[in-house]
Design a protein around this ligand. Sequence first.
Ligand SMILES: NC(=O)c1ccc[n+]([C@@H]2O[C@H](COP(=O)([O-])OP(=O)(O)OC[C@H]3O[C@@H](n4cnc5c(N)ncnc54)[C@H](O)[C@@H]3O)[C@@H](O)[C@H]2O)c1
Length: 352
Amino acid sequence: PPCRGLASLRGRTAVVTGANSGIGKMTALELARRGARVVLACRSRERGEAAAFDLRQESGNNEVIFMALDLASLASVRAFATAFLSSEPRLDILIHNAGISSCGRTREPFNLLLRVNHIGPFLLTHLLLPRLKTSAPSRVVVVSSAAHRRGRLDFTRLDHPVVGWQQELRAYANSKLANVLFARELATQLEGTGVTCYAAHPGPVNSELFLRHVPGWLRPLLRPLAWLVLRAPRGGAQTPLYCALQEGIEPLSGRYFANCHVEEVPPAARDDRAAHRLWEASRKLAGLGPGEDAESDEDSQPEDPGTPSSPSSPHPEEPTVSELYPSPQSSTDRSTVTCRIPVKAELEPQAC
Ligand SMILES: NC(=O)c1ccc[n+]([C@@H]2O[C@H](COP(=O)([O-])OP(=O)(O)OC[C@H]3O[C@@H](n4cnc5c(N)ncnc54)[C@H](O)[C@@H]3O)[C@@H](O)[C@H]2O)c1
C-alpha cells in the first residue's frame, strides 16, 4: 500500500531524473497527481516526451514537461541546469532517480556507473542548489539501493573504467554507497538552509534496470519470475515519495530510508571522513573549480530562457541542447507562488 502522509503539491515544482520508466515514472506520476509541476529529466527526447504525455493523461495535470538530461555528460548536466534555472522560478523537490547497473556496450575512459549514478547527480545538485535554497523548505532525494551494503570506495581508483559484469556489479554497489555518503555530507553542508536530503532504497523492483542487460533469449524466462518475486514500480516509488513528502522527517536529513522507515547503515556508509573525501573527489570529477561554489540565486538568475550556458564556462563540451527546452506552459504566474512543501503532518509513517 502507498505511504501515507503525502501533501498537496499545488504551486510546487519537482524534478525527477530518469522519469521515463520504472520507479522514476511512477514517482513522477504520484507527484503530478498531487498537483506539482513535474519536470521529467530524461536522456531520450522521444521517450521523455512520450512519458510526459502519458503522465499528463493519467494524472490530469498539464504541468508535466520533459527536459533533456544525460547524466553521463557533464556538459549535458550543465545545459540542463542552465535551462532549468532560466525557465523555472522554483525547485521544491529534486529526485535523483536515474541509474544504470551496467555499461552496456559503451566503452568510456571513465567509470560510467559512478558518472551516471553519482557524479552527474552531484553536479546537478550543486548547480540547482541556489534554486533549492530560495524555495526552502525543499528536499533532495537520492535513490540509492540496499546494494550499498556491499560497496567499498577505493579513492585511488574511483574513476577507473569498469570492464566485465563482475566489475560492473561491484561498481554498481560502490556507486550506491556513494549515494548514501553523498546524502550524508550534503545534509551536513546544508544544515540551517531549509534544504534537507535523504537516501532512499526503493526495494527490489521489477523494472528494466537489470533485465536490460540480460541476453534477449533469457528475458522471456526471467520476466514471469520477476513479476512473482519483485515489487511493481509503483511500490518502488513509495520510499522516494516518502522522503520527498513526509512532513516531520527533517531532523533525519542525511539518513537512509527503506520501506518508508529510517534504517541503520553499515560503518562504511556512515563514515563522515569518507563522505567528506568523496565530496572533494566528486568536485574534481565533476569539473568544479576551486572557486566554483554554488552561487546565490540572484547571481545565477538566468539570462534569457533557452540561453545555453555562460560563454565563459570552462567546460569545452558545453551545451548543445538547452534551446530545445520548452518554456513553462503554466497559465499561472509562478514567480508569485510562495507556498511550501509538506502541508499535512502525518507522524506515523509506518504503513508502507
Ligand atoms: N529495480 C530495482 O530493484 C532497484 C533496487 C534498488 C535501487 N534501484 C534504483 O532505482 C533507480 C531507478 O531504477 P529502475 O529500477 O526504475 O530502473 P529503470 O532502468 O527503469 O530506470 C532508470 C532510469 O534512468 C535513466 N537513465 C539511465 N542512464 C541515464 C543517463 N545517462 N542520463 C539520464 N537518465 C539515465 C533510464 O533511461 C531510466 O529511465 C536507479 O537509481 C536504481 O539504481 C532499483
